[in-house]
Write a protein that binds this ligand. Structure first.
Ligand code: AMP
Length: 516
């Protein structure tokens, strides 16, 4: 049977799910029989070709922190980030591909080799991060047939397993990222309205606050630092996470701290913790408010709040949401697994749309009533130089072509004009952002477009942006007079990013490393 697979590539944990014979998603356990695999990597000291991923990597980290990598999703798309191991610089894409390779390896059983997958990403991930995630999949030897936003995947799973109707707000607070998505659900029909998020706000930040409390307690008692090495830090980061989880069940958590100046017992109360994370929680409140504003809804107009992500187990999350929305959030779905399960459903829907012949009849039947409309999560534009009506002078500005929250698939065109007589070079820039000021938008790709010679100024250039249901964007720049076209496919070729052939080349190189 064709494997139809969804992968939740999380900051702290990853999971893989597949559709069964009747189109229902199921988690596939890893080689240790665990449903979640820690997104942790450790480079073996004795054999540099062996890379450990998962629980073993977490355990090894305490012995040699230098050779370990965690939370790599936070650096996804960051061209400056490298982890240097044995004279090789590992990029976030390569490191993420090791996690994906481990999942592929562990979950491919017998003839059921995993190939076509949908990988989930935070809703607010920009094009660079989305592309980096797809590249990581390709490098791991997977065929990434689509990308799905995490809250959308969670809601897809939720709405197909329960009776839901009305406006649903998905509150997704995971290990490293926060997303809030508002959607309109009528049975199996789901329309995404808008999303907001922060790619650097999640469980690891809460752990950090506890670590700071521990360090302060030690300093107060001994006037000395608790942590003096990477290994100490690794140990106390784990202790901090443990304390955080205990505080989700109890009012007080106790620990023994062993530092260079002696040992001491500490007690961290839930109150101390909640005070320490209050500014982080306020950031989530603000993003919820912005999403409500964007959707033009009041809190009382939200019918259900759906919780996703391990950090929503903190009692403070429930309290704040209950206060804001007047009723308790929905806690019925497994907050750790629903993204992977929804991503598998999304993979099934993608196959149904694009390769329905390859789907077994039971799976097609199970999926046929599901109808999902996503939106584009950012505004996309281009830089142009129109004449200011007041001053009569040219001004450089960002002109939006595709607006944020437009339902997918979508297409939009605008006409621009060449600036000077005989102009043969046109630099085209694709931007992401809401502002007209160029300094406040992200320039995600720049290309040179060669134009025919010997022409007057003001020749029309038609710019068309197309965003497909798989979250892939295509841009088309057409010189109307000559019919010459520049096509830019943001998933294949992008500034500062690898081209497809590079990705395949790197895939070959990574094959020499053994992932365990
Ligand atoms: P996810 O990215 O959804 O897998 O969430 C992982 C994050 O959830 C990690 O930062 C965990 O520490 C956190 N987490 C899991 N269980 C709990 C809990 N009981 N209380 C607080 N945080 C938790």
């Amino acid at each position: 049977m064709a494997n139809i697979v969804g992968i939740d590539l999380g900051t702290t944990f990853s999971a893989l799910a597949t559709l069964n014979a009747i189109g229902k998603p199921e988690i596939v356990p890893n080689a240790d029989g665990e449903r979640l695999t820690p997104s942790s990597i450790f480079f073996d000291e004795e054999n540099s070709d062996i890379i450990r991923v998962g629980i073993e990597a977490i355990n090894s980290r305490r012995l040699n922190a230098e050779r370990s990598v965690r939370w790599i999703k936070r650096n996804m798309g960051d061209s400056q980030y490298h982890k240097r191991i044995d004279k090789k610089d590992w990029t976030p894409v390569e490191l993420s591909s090791l996690i994906l390779k481990k999942l592929k390896q562990d979950c491919s059983v017998g003839n059921d080799q995993i190939h076509d997958v949908v990988i989930s990403v935070p809703a607010h991930f920009d094009e660079v991060r989305r592309k980096a995630t797809m590249d990581a999949g390709t490098m791991a030897g997977l065929n990434v047939i689509g990308i799905v936003n995490e809250p959308v995947a969670a809601a897809l799973y939720y709405a197909t397993t329960r009776e839901v109707s009305g406006k649903v707000l998905v509150y997704d607070l995971g290990g490293g990222t926060f997303d809030v998505t508002i959607m309109d659900v009528k049975g199996h029909r789901m329309d995404i309205v808008c999303s907001q998020g922060d790619h650097a706000l999640g469980g690891v930040d809460f752990d950090q606050k506890i670590l700071e409390l521990l360090e302060q307690c030690y300093r107060d008692k001994f006037n000395s630092e608790l942590i003096s090495s990477g290994e100490d830090r690794a140990k106390y980061e784990d202790e901090a996470e443990d304390i955080k989880k205990t505080l989700s069940r109890r009012q007080v958590a106790k620990k023994l701290l062993y530092g260079p100046a002696g040992s001491m017992k500490v007690e961290i109360t839930r109150e101390m913790f909640e005070e320490a994370i209050s500014s982080l929680m306020s950031r989530t409140d603000i993003l919820v408010e912005v999403a409500l504003e964007e959707a033009k809804l009041k809190p009382c107009e939200i019918d259900k709040v759906l919780l996703v992500g391990g950090s929503t187990r903190m009692p403070i999350v429930l309290q704040r949401l209950e206060k804001m929305f007047g009723s308790a959030p929905e806690t019925a779905v497994n907050v750790d697994e629903c993204v992977a399960l929804g991503a598998a459903l999304h993979a099934g829907l993608t196959m149904l749309r694009e390769k329905s012949d390859a789907l077994p009849a039971g799976v097609s039947n199970g999926l046929k009533d599901i109808n999902l409309t996503d939106v584009c999560n950012h505004s996309y534009g281009t830089i142009c130089a129109p004449i200011d009506e007041k001053t009569g002078k040219r001004v450089i500005e960002n002109r939006i072509i595709l607006r944020k929250n437009t339902p997918l698939p979508c297409e939009s065109s605008q006409m621009f004009y060449t600036l000077s007589e005989g102009q043969t070079d046109l630099e085209v820039t694709i931007t992401q952002g809401e502002d007209t000021a160029v300094e406040y938008v992200n320039k995600i790709a720049t290309h040179k477009f060669k134009l025919p010679p010997n022409r007057p100024a003001d020749r029309p250039i038609k710019v068309t942006y197309i965003y497909d249901v798989n979250q892939r964007m295509h841009c088309r720049f057409e010189d109307v007079e000559s019919g010459k076209v520049l096509e830019v496919d943001l998933c294949l070729d992008q500034k500062n990013e690898m081209s497809e052939s590079d990705v395949k080349g790197k895939n070959k190189k990574l094959k020499s490393f053994k992932v365990e």
